[in-house]
Design a protein around this ligand. Structure first.
Ligand code: PLP
Length: 479
């Protein structure tokens, strides 16, 4: 803190400008040289804690010292999600304009609970989500709400589904009731764990979640779903929601949403589509066919913070009838009553205050435009398929799943190695440990499978070539 006469109030303007410019330079350099850092932080657990004081400073410090500590203490403990060789989990990355969006949103610091407290956030959210709706080709009745993560978006969707089922859970709750049958939520065995967590959080319990078997392409088998629903209805249970995924986490497989929508229609069940990862690729005309049937959903989740160059966090829940979400969640305390006939964000979820997240998405959409976004997503899909073609052509490696989007599931399978699971785990651990690239794994058909996800805004051919070289070098070293 500077020593001038006014010791109250915020950082003085001139200091803010000086450090602000310095930090923007810092970020520009970081992005420019990001591939010189080890992808995964090389520190041991506890390293940062050991290097930080155990209590906060008594007197304010010079901010220059704080920035210096970012270099000295924070950077070594950063795993660089924006690194073009971050291929684990789902490779995501922010854009520079996304960073600007976060910066301005922090400066406004509005809590978008009521339209009155935050007209810009409320209306920009409506407009940007409608732009995106048009881009991905969803019908006009879909309206969106922004939440932090897909986990939370999906939890809201299931809560709305439960309310629509007419069991009066909002008012009567679930405990101490004899009249409440077991409710069922259906998804495939490859569903993301956020669905399991949602049913836990909503008090439905894990036994309410029925996981339906998949075919050899890891897609939910609709006949099995139909049989499960019939069986549950016969047992007196109430099916409330089916959750197919377009782009599952393990392998990016695609559940047959259209066939599942037929069943939801027949039995009057809420259809929630998890397109958290793959959703943004519906912008690309030649990818649209992979989304067949999602326009029949009651709700859809997609995450611009995964694959649309928007900094974490920003997840969108599109609902065919947003009022159903409102019926599940709206509760207006006296001190929040206003007279305007407007949309108030607080009515659509558990949060009262909501961050101004739409701003960063608006920046991204305006800066890149639809064409720019399409070109970038297409490039990731091209690079993933290029990598897959190398795997296919090599006798030492094999593909483990199709590549509909930009995730390659593969493994080393050289002749003469008995324990391929152990070999592949060793390869992944040694590459990740080197800091040169980051891969993650899954199990497909019980086999340890490497996953290479391509999704960084900074990724180029040379990064993919590097991973291929590393894999082959490490495989050679293991012989
Ligand atoms: N759904 C799918 C298909 C995912 O792959 C993920 C995360 O990878 C999620 C949901 C959860 O996303 P979030 O971290 O936004 O909660």
């Amino acid at each position: 803190m500077s020593d001038d006469e006014n010791r109250l109030g915020d950082m003085p303007d001139d200091e803010f400008r000086r450090y602000g410019y310095q930090l923007v330079d810092w970020i520009a350099d970081y992005f420019a040289h990001i591939d010189t850092f080890p992808v995964i932080s090389q520190v041991e657990p506890g390293w940062l804690k050991e290097n930080l004081p155990t209590s906060a400073p008594e007197e304010g410090e010079d901010f220059a010292d704080v920035i210096a500590d970012v270099d000295k203490l924070i950077l070594p403990a950063v795993t660089h999600w924006n690194h073009p060789n971050f291929h684990g989990l789902f490779s995501t990355s922010t854009s520079a304009v996304g960073v600007f969006g976060e910066m301005l949103a922090a400066a406004f610091d509005m809590k978008a609970m009521l339209w009155r407290t935050s007209p810009a956030s409320t209306e920009l959210e409506e407009v940007t989500l409608d732009w995106l709706r048009q881009m991905v080709g969803l019908p006009g009745e879909f309206e969106g709400m922004i939440y932090d993560t897909a986990s939370v978006s999906t939890m809201h969707a299931i809560a709305a589904a439960r309310e629509r089922a007419g069991l009066k859970v909002r008012d009567l709750g679930m405990s101490g009731r004899d009249d409440l049958p077991l409710m069922r939520v259906y998804c495939s065995e490859h569903v993301h764990s956020s669905i399991d967590k949602s049913v836990i959080t909503l008090g439905l319990g894990l036994r309410s979640l029925r996981k339906i078997a998949c075919n050899e392409r890891f897609e939910m088998i609709p006949e099995r779903l139909a049989a499960a629903i019939e069986e549950d209805i016969a047992a007196g249970y109430v099916p409330i929601c089916v959750i197919p995924t377009i782009g599952t986490t393990s392998s990016t497989s695609i559940d047959p949403v259209d066939a599942i929508a037929d069943l939801c229609e027949k039995y009057g069940i809420w259809l929630h589509v998890d397109a958290a990862y793959a959703g943004p690729t519906a912008i690309i005309p030649e990818m649209r066919h992979l989304f067949k049937g999602w326009e029949r959903a009651d709700s859809i989740v997609m995450n611009p913070h995964k694959w649309l160059f928007t900094p974490f966090d920003l997840s969108i829940l599109y609902c065919r009838d947003l009022d159903q979400l409102k019926q599940a969640f709206s509760l207006v305390a006296e001190y929040l009553k206003t007279t305007e006939e407007v949309r108030n964000g607080m009515d659509y979820g558990i949060q009262l205050g909501r961050r101004f997240r739409a701003l960063k998405l608006w920046f991204v959409m305006r800066y890149f435009g639809r064409e720019g976004l399409i070109e970038r997503l297409r490039e990731h899909i091209r690079l993933a398929n290029l990598f897959a073609s190398w795997v296919e052509q090599s006798s030492d490696w094999e593909m483990m799943a199709p590549v509909p989007f930009a995730l390659v599931c593969f493994r080393a399978a050289p002749v003469g190695v008995a324990d391929l699971d152990a070999l592949n785990e060793r390869l992944m651990t040694s590459i990740n440990g080197s800091g040169e690239a980051y891969l993650s794994h899954t199990k497909l058909n019980g086999k340890f499978t490497l996953r290479l996800s391509v999704g960084s805004i900074r990724v180029e051919d040379r990064h993919i070539e590097k991973v291929w070289r590393l894999l082959n070098e490490h495989l050679e070293g293991s012989r």
